[in-house]
Design a protein around this ligand. Structure first.
Ligand SMILES: Cc1ncc(COP(=O)(O)O)c(C=O)c1O
Length: 454
């Protein structure tokens, strides 16, 4: 959790007589399943009361240990800094270990998740004139990976409760130029992958899983990233497996994985022949040394996050004010890169989410709104519609239709309502840490009559 200086936000409260009475009477929650551990009701910290959580750190992220530091020193001293210097260096070793962890035949590492996604787009031969359907609720890297190949990212609206791309909306957006679906596994949870794979089969489309946030999650017995034709991961510093900046593609089709290798190696294949034009996206040996240091204990950390998420879900079960992300049938586990909920302001005296989040932060529990906009509402759409290459490759009718269909109302609602935890570190905490989260939410809820005047 981000620690902030709350003093600038603290101001003299104009506490009404009624709210003082409510705090003093220690109001009991009306929601059956919500019980208080270490009850800390009373005046909101933002109004000068005692915070629920004081002088306690959240588990730090990214994970670091001495062995990892030793690994970096060893790589530095070895002089093997680039993957082409050795077939047994840290990059090829990491690729083998990651493929084995994910249960795939192949893994190709890259310098970022965005590069991994673009490697797949290129390897599948997707380019100008082609369309890829994806989610608007994502990191800009998703969209960028399609734009880099001058293809058209078509955004389909979300299922509002899961924040995942809605398969019905995907089907509505398929045109004769659609070549692939790029489902974003937001928060590290599965999309409705059965439906997505069925749509892809019906329309002969490829599926590139944007599993950038979804390390080790499982849907119907399959690891996320192994369900589509190819799966992509990010190892950016905040991810549940991290090295600063890094990425990987995984897959079982050897021919396709060879193409991915060639793409990320400036078009030069395993045999050393430069066979296509391609970017240079190679991971370096220092990044892989850190990743190798992250792998021991990764399953244990994954299990702790899942246990804590299940505990939070159970504590929030009967509380309508904060509704955990809907999980599709068949979801066995998630990465819990994000712990996502919907903030229902009608249960907080209609107070805007920003006031709820500020009050919560003052209690020592930091939830965030995630993104300021769905990607369909960012200016890049107008930029590409005015680019010569897009005007040449797509008909004026198609571009007009594209502009007219840039609406994703469920995504817009989600953007206004998401309250989520950057969970890689915090969800490694103890049950007491999880209780602090719930206690802070409940304390703010009890004091909801004060939120609007903050
Ligand atoms: C869903 C999603 N897709 C793609 C990316 C891009 O990955 P990277 O930042 O490693 O390029 C991210 C990174 O946050 C992401 O969360």
């Amino acid at each position: 959790m981000k620690k902030k200086d709350f003093t600038r936000r603290r101001f003299i409260a104009t506490v009404s007589a009624g709210s003082v009475a409510a705090a003093a009477s220690n109001v009991v929650s009306p929601f059956g399943n919500i019980t208080y551990f270490n009850r800390q009701s009373g005046k909101l910290a933002i109004l000068g009361g005692d915070p629920v959580r004081k002088n306690k750190d959240w588990p730090k992220w990214p994970y670091v240990d001495e062995k990892m530091v030793d690994g970096i020193v060893k790589t530095t001293r070895s002089g093997i800094w680039c993957r082409i210097q050795s077939e047994t260096g840290t990059v090829p070793t990491f690729e083998k270990e990651y493929a084995s962890l994910m249960g795939t035949r192949g893994c190709v590492s890259t310098g970022s998740g965005t590069q991994a996604l673009n490697t797949c787009v290129e390897a599948l031969g997707i380019g100008p004139g082609d369309e890829v359907i994806t989610s608007p609720l994502t990191d800009p890297g998703t969209i960028s990976s399609i734009l880099t190949s001058r293809a058209l990212p078509v955004m389909a609206d979300l299922d509002r409760e899961s924040f995942q791309i809605d398969p019905d909306e995907i089907e509505k957006r398929i045109t004769p130029n659609t070549k692939a679906i790029m489902p974003v596994l937001i928060g590290g949870q599965p999309c409705n992958m059965d439906r997505i794979m069925a749509i892809a089969a019906k329309h002969n489309l490829r599926v590139i899983e944007d599993a950038a946030q979804a390390h080790l999650g499982v849907y119907k017995g399959k690891k996320l990233g192994t369900i589509g034709d190819l799966g992509c991961f990010s190892f950016q510093a905040s991810k549940t497996i991290a090295c600063g900046e890094g990425g990987a593609v995984i897959g079982n089709n050897e021919e396709l994985m060879d193409k991915c290798f060639t793409v990320q190696n400036h078009g030069t294949n395993h045999q050393g022949r430069t066979v296509v034009g391609g970017p240079k996206y190679r991971m370096n040996e220092f990044e892989a040394a850190i990743l190798l240091g992250q792998l021991p204990g990764v399953k244990e950390r994954f299990a702790i996050r899942n246990k804590n998420a299940a505990y939070l879900n159970s504590r929030l079960k009967d509380f309508p004010g904060l509704v955990p992300q809907k999980l599709y049938e068949g979801t066995e586990s998630g990465s819990y890169y994000l712990y996502m909920t919907t903030y229902k302001k009608e249960h907080f005296d209609n107070a805007p989410r920003s006031k709820f989040l500020r009050a919560l932060e003052a209690e020592g529990v930091s939830l965030s709104a995630y993104l300021p906009n769905g990607l369909h509402r960012e200016p890049w759409t107008e930029h590409i519609l005015n680019l010569k290459v897009y005007q040449k490759m797509y008909s004026p009718e198609r571009l007009k239709q594209y502009r007219d269909e840039l609406s994703c109302p469920n995504c817009d609602k989600a953007i206004d309502e998401i309250a989520m935890i950057w969970a890689s570190g915090p969800l490694l905490g103890s049950e007491q840490d999880m209780d602090d989260i719930i206690n802070a939410v409940m304390k703010v809820h009890e004091n909801r009559d004060k939120l609007n005047s903050l």
